[in-house]
Design a protein around this ligand. Structure first.
Ligand SMILES: Nc1ncnc2c1ncn2[C@@H]1O[C@H](COP(=O)(O)OP(=O)(O)OP(=O)(O)O)[C@@H](O)[C@H]1O
Ligand SMILES: [Mg+2]
Length: 239
């Protein structure tokens, strides 16, 4: 792991029209770590993720990866730098088959052998998808669709994986599958930024966490400490 391949956001501000959604946010995801971003509905989590991946325009501030500025670059350029997104609400190609969705994820991989290897890895992570490969993505259950969304991102062989609420609405068994895969790909060296409303899942998976409120970071620290933090417990863990 090269310690200089951190994903960094500096003093980032994003507006929708005149309305600020993210204001002055700074964070750094250390190469090889899992960072969590937690916060209530409307806190600005997705906006921040979209700003990193080029899906919304940054008004001021900077996004960089390994020291290289990526602010306001196009989504495909961000992906070319190895930063892949599992978007909020999955955004699968619903009428396309599961197999086609996975192949779309690998569009930037030229080497057929490498694509085949990535495909095998995805099916090893999500064996339930194997019998579903010829099925239309929108015919799958919510949990299966989320697996497709994660697998599609993995098909790009990312160095950094951003996941926006990958477990929302899923049954515990699916939450466990997704969590185990995130943990495993991180062990393989992939840097992870995980957005979750389920703070418990996020804090248990991550090394470091940021708490976003009304578009700003109000707290950050090692996830382990947050699990025992009375304010976090009250606000986000329902304890
Ligand atoms: N396309 C948009 N146009 C205008 N305002 C938006 C748009 N998307 C989000 N917002 C507003 O920006 C703020 C941040 O929204 P965002 O979706 O980033 O929050 P979030 O933390 O991801 O919430 P959730 O947990 O519900 O996914 C909210 O006030 C939201 O209403
Ligand atoms: Mg969101």
């Amino acid at each position: 792991m090269t310690s200089d391949k951190n994903l960094a956001v500096r003093d980032l501000t994003v507006h929708y029209g005149a309305v600020p959604a993210v204001t002055g946010v700074s964070l750094e995801v250390t190469a090889g770590s899992i960072a969590a971003l937690i916060g209530a509905n409307g806190a600005g989590k997705s906006t921040l993720i979209k700003a990193i991946t080029g899906l919304v325009k940054v008004r001021s501030g900077e996004v960089s990866y390994g020291g290289q500025p990526l602010t306001n670059r196009a989504p495909n350029v961000i992906l070319d730098h190895g930063i892949a997104l599992v978007p909020e609400g999955r955004r699968l190609f619903g009428s396309m088959t599961v197999q086609e969705n996975l192949e779309m994820g690998a569009y930037r991989i030229q080497d057929a052998a490498k694509r085949a290897e990535l495909f095998d890895t995805c099916l090893r992570y999500f064996p339930d998808l194997k019998p579903k490969l010829p099925s239309a993505a929108n015919s799958l259950s919510g949990g299966q669709q989320q697996m497709v969304a994660v697998a599609r991102a993995l098909m790009s062989a990312p160095s950094v994986l951003l996941l926006d609420e990958p477990t929302i609405g899923l049954a515990p068994a699916f939450v466990n599958v997704i969590s185990a895969v995130v943990r495993d790909i991180n062990k393989q060296g992939v840097t992870v930024l995980l957005v979750e409303q389920n703070a418990e899942v996020a804090l248990r998976l991550s090394d470091y966490a940021y708490v976003l409120e009304a578009g700003a970071v109000v707290k950050h620290g090692p996830s382990r400490e947050f699990l025992n933090d009375p304010d976090i417990k009250k606000a986000y863990l329902g304890l």
